[in-house]
Design a protein around this ligand. Structure first.
Ligand code: AHR
Length: 508
């Protein structure tokens, strides 16, 4: 009937590959993300390796984190890497003026970050300092990390205990140059980025993927400026001038910037505003991709959404500069709809990094500052449920029937979101029912391949405000979903109100 919602999926028409790197993460020297989150120091009672918390590593390994961005964020443009190498007790003490104005003892530096990446099995994404650093400093950091012979920086690295060079996958040419990264205009940053990127040399066999500090939200002019000047220079000097990616930052909140909304105390209206703003990511990716297409129709330059997620008011009694917030089922649905967008634009979105992994903004893990207890958030579970999309081929999802919508702030917002992918004789379908109070059933019209088996998982909770705590760590966690049946066209799936469901298919 007209009211039946049907998702049509052609299983034999695989589209572009969804890079696993869209499931990237971000760890800044901010609040308790590094210190007290990832890193507790070697003397801690919490089991650690070189000061890195092993339970955090173990939990994150289940997400198969493809890349980790560090050391910022705004912190990156005031970070001087030489402060963070050598014997820890001799390292410089500096001030983290962006985040809480606290003293930074630099006990977590380059070696510790690279060790963390090795423990996680993640590729490093280091963000360089354009705002207050020099070209030479940036160039020497890359040499220190990646050079094998007895060059001055390779020798310095060896003197600090690391013989072999590391593999550096991604390098950011500054961060938010339009704001905390130097308050620059687009032409000003574009010129500087060309200069700085030139000296990020490839010392090893693996070329470094360079990422220019891109636009804020809908600043399409910024993207245009970068595309005009930084991409497609071509010719003999291309290797040294080209950047491979441009970043984009966009955060979701339900209120204005000055009062972003509460993480756990929100009503249905604030929930729907949140979903409307989360779904805006689609408009932004489409807009920036259109500008990029006009300069780069072959889609060789990647859009790197290296900061996204919810940003709420900080929890009561916590340092306003530490950006510590709770994480509910609502945050999980914000994540699921972002991933649907990234899957749909797999041929342009090369990478994305949720902000941030531990104890900051939309985190995967929250740790208690006193007891040290660790909690996995609802957002963590969306990342885990989506690991099957990593490096899979996207499958377009066509929708038939009446999509439920709701009017929010003067426009209609769709309350249903879906995406799908296929790899290795399987398919994974993601279904989000964003309706706060009504369940729905969706028919999966599966065409082109025989389905030989299926299973489903459900992430939901009695209320959208439900979150995990040390006392109730599994209040929001995935369970096997029994609301799935065979149907003349394929399958029929029940979606409870405010739920996220994944359907895994075995294909014949
Ligand atoms: O993720 C928190 C901050 O948000 C980052 O440091 C900055 O780049 C952005 O403004």
């Amino acid at each position: 009937s007209a009211d039946t919602l049907t998702a049509v999926i052609n299983l034999d028409l695989p589209g572009p590959t969804i890079s696993r790197h869209i499931y990237g993460h971000f760890a800044e020297h901010l609040g308790r993300c590094i210190y007290g989150g990832f890193y507790v120091g070697e003397d801690s009672e919490i089991p650690n390796e070189g000061g890195i918390r092993l339970d955090v590593v173990e939990a994150l390994r289940a997400l198969r984190i493809p890349n980790l961005r560090w050391p910022g964020g705004c912190f990156a443009d005031e970070y001087h890497w030489r402060d963070g190498i050598g014997p820890r007790e001799e390292r410089a003490r500096t001030v983290n003026s962006h985040w809480g104005d606290v003293v930074e003892d630099n006990s977590f530096g380059t070696h510790e970050f690279m060790q963390l990446c090795e423990l996680l099995g993640a590729e490093p994404y280091i963000n360089g300092n354009v705002g207050s650093g020099t070209v030479r400093e940036m160039s020497e950091w890359v040499e220190y990390l990646t050079r094998a012979d007895d060059s001055p920086m390779a020798a310095l690295r060896r003197a600090n205990g690391r013989d072999e060079p590391w593999q550096l996958s991604f390098f950011g040419i500054g961060n938010e140059a339009w704001g905390c990264g130097g308050n620059m205009t687009a032409p000003q940053y574009t010129h500087l980025a060309r200069q700085y990127a030139t000296y990020v040399r490839n010392h090893g066999e693996k070329p470094v993927y360079k990422i220019a500090a891109g636009a804020n939200v809908d600043d399409y002019g910024w993207t245009e400026s970068l595309m005009k000047s930084l991409s497609g220079l071509g010719g003999a000097h291309a290797q040294h001038t080209h950047v491979q990616g441009l970043s984009l930052h966009y955060y979701t909140h339900s209120g204005p910037w000055e009062d972003k909304g509460d993480a756990t105390r929100f009503d249905d209206e604030a929930y729907y505003v949140t979903m409307k703003r989360a779904r805006r990511m689609e408009e932004l990716v489409r807009g920036h991709a259109a500008v990029m297409d006009s300069y780069d129709p072959e889609r060789t330059v990647g859009l790197v959404i290296d900061e996204w997620g919810t940003w709420w008011n900080v929890e009561e009694g916590t340092n306003p500069g530490f950006l510590y917030q709770q994480n509910t089922l609502r945050d999980a649905l914000v994540a699921s709809v972002h991933f649907d967008t990234f899957h749909r634009f797999a041929d342009r979105v090369a990478m994305a990094n949720i902000a941030q992994t531990v104890n900051v903004l939309q985190a995967m893990i929250l740790t208690d500052p006193d007891s040290g207890a660790l909690v996995l958030t609802p957002s963590y579970h969306v990342f885990e449920m989506n690991t099957g999309h990593h490096d899979a081929n996207s499958l377009p999802v066509g929708i038939k029937g009446t999509v439920p919508t709701r009017e929010v702030e003067g426009s209609e917002v769709s309350l249903f979101s879906a995406s799908a992918s296929t790899k290795d004789g399987t398919a994974l379908i993601s279904l989000s029912n964003l309706d706060a109070s009504s369940a729905r059933t969706v028919v999966l019209d599966l065409r082109g391949r025989t389905v030989t088996g299926h299973s489903a998982r459900l992430l939901s909770a009695p209320t959208l405000q439900t979150h995990n705590t040390p006392e109730q760590p599994d209040a929001v966690s995935p369970v096997a979903h029994t609301g799935i049946r065979e149907h003349a066209h394929g399958l029929e799936v029940d979606l409870p109100a405010h739920s996220y469901v994944t359907v895994q298919l075995q294909l014949g």
